[in-house]
Ligand binder design. Structure first.
Ligand SMILES: [Zn+2]
Length: 309
């Protein structure tokens, strides 16, 4: 049985302007509680202009932020789940899919794209949290695997921006299998010596954290993001211990060696560009590259890589 179909028609990009008007001009920051002009928030990619809180950023806006002039091509945009288990919980899974497709104008919880980042060709997959909680089912797994294979074939670096509640329970074991499928494909990417940078955003949990989100050559996160496998309540009940404050935040994970850096959204593009300069220096510049890479590494040690002492 096919787990996904290619027959769904392509969808038009979201009409951002229209949505803004219907939702009002002002928005309250969930961290500092101050009222911020919605347009200012959008221009600042959902980072609060008063306190710097990093709000959630949709997949399309994320890609627009990372690619030069906001231009990119999309791949595999028509893959859609066939609801292989005909799953029903509080609602039918097929109804959940239809509602998410309508709300996000996407076929599943990811956009796979290619374009230039500071003049260098890259592939970027961005997950969409508003689509069934950004969960990873067969379509997300297949789209990411194809992006990895495309990166291997074309020798193009890969960046995956995660925002996910984990594996998609409505697809049962089929969703869990995506963890192994993507991890195996990433191994081939590693063997081909093509860089993969994982960007973890709020929230990145469950099977996504437990597979590709933690398998980058660099694993970097945005400030204040919730990152974990199981939720805190489940862990406390299992180990019967109180968890420390700030547990499962980017900063806590950085301090404990699970991440390479915490990078503010406004600095993300230049950080990625610099990191790729470093990772690709020996390849792009031949023998000279190793010396160049050392220089970049030293620079990075001073400013970009913010590993805690
Ligand atoms: Zn704020």
């Amino acid at each position: 049985m096919a787990w996904f179909t290619r027959d769904k028609p392509a969808v038009k990009p979201e009409d951002g302007e229209k949505r803004v008007r219907t939702e009002g001009l002002w928005q309250k920051c969930e961290k500092c509680g101050q009222i911020v002009w919605r347009k200012a928030l959008e221009d600042n990619f959902q980072v609060c202009t008063k306190c710097g809180h990093h709000g959630r950023l949709g997949a399309r806006a994320r890609l627009g932020m990372l690619f030069d002039e906001g231009k990119f091509e999309e791949f595999d945009a028509r893959l859609a789940s066939t609801d292989p288990l005909e799953f029903v919980d509080a609602k039918k899974y097929s109804d959940r899919l239809a509602a998410s497709q309508e709300a996000t104008q996407l076929r599943d919880a990811i956009i796979s794209a290619g374009g230039n980042l500071n003049g260098r060709r890259v592939h970027v997959c961005a997950m969409e949290l508003k689509f069934v909680g950004g969960s990873m089912g067969t379509v997300v797994g297949e789209v990411i695997t194809r992006a990895i294979e495309r990166s291997v074939e074309q020798n193009v670096p890969l960046i995956i921006v995660s925002a996910s509640g984990g594996a998609r329970m409505q697809e049962g074991a089929l969703s869990l299998m995506q963890m192994a499928k993507i991890s195996a494909a990433l191994m081939r990417l590693d063997e081909a010596r093509v860089p993969f940078i994982s960007v973890l955003t709020d929230p990145t949990t469950g099977g996504v954290t437990a597979s590709f989100a933690m398998l980058g050559d660099l694993n970097i996160a945005e400030p204040g993001a919730l990152i974990g496998f199981a939720g805190p309540r489940v862990i406390e009940q299992t180990i019967r211990q109180k968890l420390p404050a700030g547990f499962q935040t980017s900063e806590f994970l950085l301090q404990h060696g699970f991440l390479d850096a915490v990078v503010k959204r406004g600095e993300l593009k230049s950080y990625l560009s610099k990191a790729l300069d470093f990772l690709l220096a020996p390849v792009e510049k031949g023998a000279q590259g190793i010396l160049g890479a050392q220089g970049i590494l030293e620079d990075a040690g001073q400013d970009a890589v913010t590993r805690a002492s």
